[in-house]
Design a binder for this molecule. Structure first.
Ligand code: ADP
Length: 552
């Protein structure tokens, strides 16, 4: 059976029952039908002894390596062991659902359900974010049209529009055509919703008041005199915040094994900060004793951003890090063509394992226990699995487990769960990667050298010019959010495995003052993806009775 068939065959428990597992009563949730709910805010509870487990991975290959699958399976395994557990995931974006990568609900018998709903609109958060974002766009253009009291330079509006679909044709647009009554013409463009600063703000806000305060700090562009213009200047922070009044509440669903799963916020980790919301993680920590969460793509992207951007806001560092690896992905990183990944290839596995080593080293430097989970595919041979487990234990000196959650649900990760519980009990020795006082270039250099394994950072002319503006504005000591290809440790998507001695090229920066960081655009990474030649949408259908097929 494929993912959707397994999901459709599962029986859901009423959402009130799932809420009950977290000691939430029916009036502490807002039900969206029988099996979905939003959790009312604020969530209270004692989080002082709760353990936070972060799941991350090696560099992904085009197929996705099963990070969400292992996150869900590990949560289920902890529940099977009688722990009070909550899984905290990100919400899927329609871009990859319709495009290439698939959903974000796990797979096989380690899934959150109902997967169709979660992958398609869910409780409407993505729609609310898109509309809130584009409301701000409309208000900016209306301000310029109606006399432009703030003296906004239409050539320097940096607040683009968004849509939650991969639509390459919208990357560069011209708006305001059609004469006097149709706006002031200017060049604009679209990002995917998950790259919106509003998404980052939703995910980093502590509460509604913080959300509004952060929205007011957004820099939408510059005046003709090159001064920044903020949402507060436009006096529309309240209107934008109110459009997010429901989106700010975390969503509650369940796994196939009825483990509570809180799914909230969905920034990508290559072009945004890649972590689910602080509100959801905090709520999960207050409601459960063990929280299993994931960050996007590899440890170089989501892992680093979880440690350096999310944890300072969350006020809690992970108690253990699980790095997911697959034999297939390591062979791909070792040079095997994606069509030949089914065949045993111990030599390529050994070469590609250097990629895993880099991620184990980089996550270990934060001082948090690291454990490797090998997500087993049916095509993996025993010889391959044995070689990989031995390599991790003998060469990298960390624990490694063969996990089969895709086939067996929580039963496929019981050893991993035991090890995670033991590791999380060790006293925390967390060490941040950079000082908050370091300037932007120092922060980026530390990331490149310690996390990516590269040599240095080079700024292209535009980025150099921007740095001067940032110094003048006092923005040059903010945390940095690297926008980089997910496929390589470097900024060249084709440099697989464990490249060394490379330079990361920063094209330009995007100041995100509401989110509280500066995005550094490296290589040729794009904030609006395109669809592939055969988008996943071509295989999807719904029949007259509403039965969905082809959704992975
Ligand atoms: P990631 O979070 O790394 O992007 P997912 O957990 O979303 O990856 O999994 C991507 C796809 O791979 C899903 O369709 C899932 O069903 C499939 N998958 C994951 N693990 C396995 C496995 N062990 N065997 C077969 N398919 C798997």
């Amino acid at each position: 059976m494929n993912d959707i068939e397994i999901s459709q065959a599962a029986t859901e428990a009423p959402i009130t029952e799932i809420a009950g597992k977290l000691d939430l009563s029916a009036d502490q949730i807002e039900q969206y039908g029988a099996v979905k709910a939003k959790i009312k805010l604020p969530v209270t509870g004692d989080a002082s002894t709760s353990k936070l487990i972060l799941v991350t991975s090696i560099n992904p290959t085009p197929a996705g390596e099963g990070k969400s699958t292992v996150t869900v399976g590990l949560g289920d395994a902890l529940q099977r062991q009688g722990k009070k557990v909550a899984i905290a995931l990100r919400e899927p974006s329609l871009g990859p659902v319709m495009g290439i990568k698939g959903g974000a609900t796990g797979g096989g018998y380690a899934q959150v359900i109902p997967m169709e709903d979660i992958n398609l609109h869910f409780t409407g958060d993505m729609g609310a974010l898109t509309e809130a974002h584009d409301t701000l766009s409309a208000l900016i253009d209306n301000h310029i049209q109606q006399g432009n009291e703030l003296n906004i330079d239409p050539r320097q509006v940096i607040w683009k529009r968004v849509i939650d679909i991969n639509d390459r044709a919208l990357r560069q647009t011209v708006i305001g055509l059609g004469g006097r009554t149709s706006g002031i013409p200017r060049q604009d463009g679209f990002d995917i919703t998950v790259a919106s600063e509003l998404m980052a703000i939703l995910c980093l806000s502590k509460d509604l008041a913080d959300l509004k305060a952060r929205i007011n700090k957004i820099v939408i562009g510059y005046t003709y005199d090159k001064d920044p213009v903020t949402v507060a200047d436009l006096k529309v922070g309240g209107a934008i915040a109110l459009l997010l009044k429901d989106a700010i509440k975390p969503n509650l669903v369940q796994t196939i094994e009825h483990t509570p799963a809180i799914i909230h916020g969905g920034p990508f980790a290559n072009i945004a900060h890649g972590c689910n919301s602080v509100i959801a993680t905090k709520s999960a920590l207050a409601l459960a004793n063990y929280v299993v969460t994931e960050s996007g793509f590899g440890a170089d992207l989501g892992g680093e951003k979880f440690m350096d951007i999310k944890t300072p806001v969350l006020g809690k560092t992970p108690d253990a890090v699980v790095i997911v690896a697959t034999v297939r992905a390591l062979k791909y990183n070792g040079g095997v063509d994606k069509n030949n990944l089914q065949e045993e290839n111990l030599a390529a596995l050994a070469t590609g394992s250097e990629n895993l080593k880099r991620h184990v080293t980089s996550m270990s430097r934060y001082g948090v226990p690291v454990i490797v989970a090998v997500n087993r595919f049916t095509s993996d041979t025993d010889a391959e699995i044995d070689q990989l487990l031995a390599y991790v234990k003998d060469e990298l000196h960390v624990q490694a487990f063969d996990t089969t959650v895709w086939a067996n649900g929580g039963g496929g990760a019981l050893d991993l769960a035991d090890a995670v519980v033991a590791a999380a009990d060790e006293p925390s020795t967390f060490k941040p990667l950079y000082d908050s006082d370091d300037d932007l270039v120092t922060k980026m250099t530390k990331i490149v050298q310690n996390i990516y394994g590269g040599r240095d950072v080079e700024l292209e002319p535009k980025a150099k010019r921007q740095l001067k503006t940032f110094q003048k504005q006092g923005w040059d000591k903010l945390p940095v959010c690297m926008a980089k290809t997910q496929y390589s440790l470097s900024d060249n998507a084709k440099a697989l495995g464990a490249p060394t001695e490379f330079t990361i090229h920063v094209r330009e920066f995007v100041p995100k003052l509401g989110a509280g960081f500066i995005v550094a655009m490296t290589g040729n990474v794009l904030t609006m993806p395109g669809l592939p030649k055969h988008p996943a949408a071509l295989d999807m259908d719904i029949d007259a009775d509403g039965k969905i097929t082809g959704l992975f």
